[in-house]
Design a protein around this ligand. Structure first.
Ligand SMILES: [Zn+2]
Length: 602
């Protein structure tokens, strides 16, 4: 078995990541999604990249008239990363020929000094690095470095890809030796991972400089403020994530990478502290982050209105990137809880069953019926609405693509003492000197059976994360002989969940969760003529997995909506309110939906 390292390979830390080859997801919830991702989604993405000219932008001679937004190159790179992990993962589909073609395409667009971007620096184009706020030169470079790392580690791409990446990184190190950084973090993680592949310390040092340079309000002033660009406060001085959610989370992931490789425990602690505070006060029940549409940003503490939840799919992917890095660095298994939540309520929600349309923003409350979108047009409006085949800003689909293709590396870790299972899926795990078969229908069922196929030479420990909703903590088992079976039963009894009383927009509401899955009421399941606005749930009755009890409110008079007495009158007869998993919503035609349901006065 050839060792294939995954996307994140720190040189130190409490836990070690497993290689891509060490975990084979054999079916179930994520096996199905990996199969669709590795065939339909990557094909769909390539079709759109070609149709819109985003791959064509790389064709020599590069035209001064360029198609797509300033960050469209990064979609080609994220697709290359997804294709590499897909080609390298056990049971994946090979895309080596396409990777060779795309590598040649990208090679042709690289300038003599290593600079790589199709929008800048040629006759008729704006100059390079003319706009640090929105230019995305370095952002795109970062995605390219990650793609090249994936191509090199899997061996799926030609060796030339890594050579191009080294020249890109060399150029960045020269150009940004003394000053400057990108308004959209991303190059930091790419540089550190390229350092981990090549051992070239200049790349790590450049990433460290980029992290340290931020926060001194040196970028040009902009209407969104310095917070948006992660330039309002130095990384190590922050208390909570703020500004543009994806920018904040990518920067945090890069800062963890730098902290781990440079032994900067203060920086690591600063990021962990900000993440904890963000989880405590600025995260939706789905695990989604971001509650402002205007600037795609975090809201203030407790500003979590469900009908304005932004929860960009990319912020979900970035949350998993960050939590995984903190898990590896600290060994604290609790980081698996947020990964579990985001996987099953953001990543699983975002993409359609056929893998060919997706949500950019993931609202928690859809008030008006979703539209049916044409399948042959890109959408200009990306902050709301139904799943679309493509958006003018289409960052999210390829981000899910690269995550899902490499998902196995996020489920399991190892250390000198043994193996840790953080997420549950049917899979074969070869780690810590043992081979394990994991059998489960998670997240639909809570039973997990682990069979020891091959035992380690000396007994080792198998550690299992017990999610917070199932009691929390860990379970440890000694693995000493083949055919040993370990069974875990996670309590999947449906449960009521109530918000922190300080979250104003959620006050007086409750939600239902089953295991890691957040439930929702969707209009297509309600009785004819029943609007989701009229429903109240009775939390004195235990929820079932598919429905809760409640009442409808009395018809409300029209006119001025604010009156001199509380308006809480309900109809006397109880009603049954059907529920479905949130990740299943908007898959059966136009609908309205809500997760948080107002409660009856009782
Ligand atoms: Zn996105």
């Amino acid at each position: 078995m050839t060792a294939i390292r995954g996307p994140v390979v720190p040189s130190r830390g409490a836990l070690r990541p497993v290689g891509l080859h060490q975990v084979r997801i054999t079916g179930g919830f994520w096996g199905q999604r990996q199969a669709v991702n590795g065939t339909a989604t990557v094909e769909h993405s390539r079709t759109w990249l070609d149709r819109l000219g985003w791959t064509g932008n790389f064709v020599e001679p590069i035209s001064p008239v360029r198609r797509g937004r300033e960050f469209s190159d990064s979609e080609v790179y994220k697709l290359m990363e997804a294709l590499s992990w897909e080609t390298g993962r056990p049971g994946g589909t090979s895309h080596a020929a396409q990777l060779a073609e795309l590598t040649a395409l990208v090679a042709g667009a690289q300038a003599g000094d290593g600079y790589l971007h199709t929008a800048y620096g040629r006759p008729g184009q704006p100059p390079r690095y003319a706009d640090f706020n929105f230019g995305h030169d370095l952002y795109c470079a970062g995605h390219f470095l990650q793609a090249a790392v994936a191509g090199a580690r899997t061996g799926a791409a030609p060796e030339q890809l890594l050579d191009i990446a080294r020249r890109v990184a060399d150029h960045v190190c020269v150009r940004f030796a003394d000053e400057g950084f990108c308004g959209h973090p991303e190059v930091e993680t790419g540089l550190v991972e390229l350092f981990r592949v090549t051992g070239d310390e200049r790349y790590l040092d450049q990433a460290r400089k980029f992290v340290e340079r931020r926060g001194h309000r040196s970028l040009p002033e902009h209407e969104f403020g310095w917070r948006y660009f992660q330039d309002a406060i130095p990384v190590r001085d922050g208390e909570v994530f703020q500004g543009h959610a994806v920018r904040a989370l990518y920067l945090a992931a890069g800062a963890v990478d730098v902290a781990v490789e440079t032994g900067d425990d203060d920086l690591l602690a600063a990021v962990a502290r900000q993440f904890d505070r963000t989880l405590e006060r600025r995260t939706h029940i789905s695990g989604g982050m971001g509650s402002r549409h205007l600037d795609e940003s975090f809201g203030d503490d407790w500003a979590l209105p469900p009908d304005r939840a932004y929860s960009e799919t990319c912020a979900g992917v970035a949350t998993i990137m960050l939590a995984h890095r903190l898990l590896l660095a600290t060994g604290e298994l609790r980081y698996g809880d947020i990964v579990d939540r985001v996987l099953h309520n953001v990543v699983a929600t975002a993409v359609a069953d056929d893998g060919r349309s997706f949500f950019y923003a993931n609202t928690l409350h859809q008030r008006t019926q979703t539209e049916v979108l044409p399948l042959d047009r890109e959408q200009l409006r990306f902050g709301g609405g139904p799943r679309a085949p493509w958006f003018e800003v289409s960052c999210c689909l390829n981000n899910v693509g690269r995550l899902v293709a490499s998902l196995g590396t996020y489920l399991v870790t190892e250390d000198d003492g043994g193996v840790q299972l953080h997420q549950y899926a049917p899979m074969r795990v070869e780690a810590g000197g043992m081979v394990l078969d994991v059998d489960t229908a998670y997240p639909d069922q809570g039973a997990v059976t682990i069979t020891v196929v091959e035992a380690p030479e000396t007994p080792r420990t198998l550690t299992l994360r017990v999610p917070q909703w199932a009691g929390g903590g860990t379970r440890q088992h000694r693995v000493s002989e083949p055919n040993q079976q370990i069974r875990v039963e996670l309590n999947m009894r449906p449960r009521w969940t109530f918000p922190d009383p300080r979250a104003d927009a959620l006050r007086g509401c409750a939600a239902v969760e089953v295991g890691p899955v957040v439930m929702c009421a969707e209009s297509v399941d309600q009785e004819d003529g029943v609007s989701l606005d009229e429903l109240r749930v009775d939390t004195s009755v235990a929820p079932e997995a598919t429905a809760v009890k409640g009442r409808r409110i009395l018809p409300v008079a029209g006119g001025w909506p604010y009156r001199g007495e509380p308006q809480t009158a309900e109809q006397p007869d109880p009603v049954v309110i059907p529920l479905v998993p949130y990740h299943r919503w908007a898959r059966r035609g136009p609908s309205t939906m809500r997760i948080w349901l107002p409660t009856t006065p009782s």
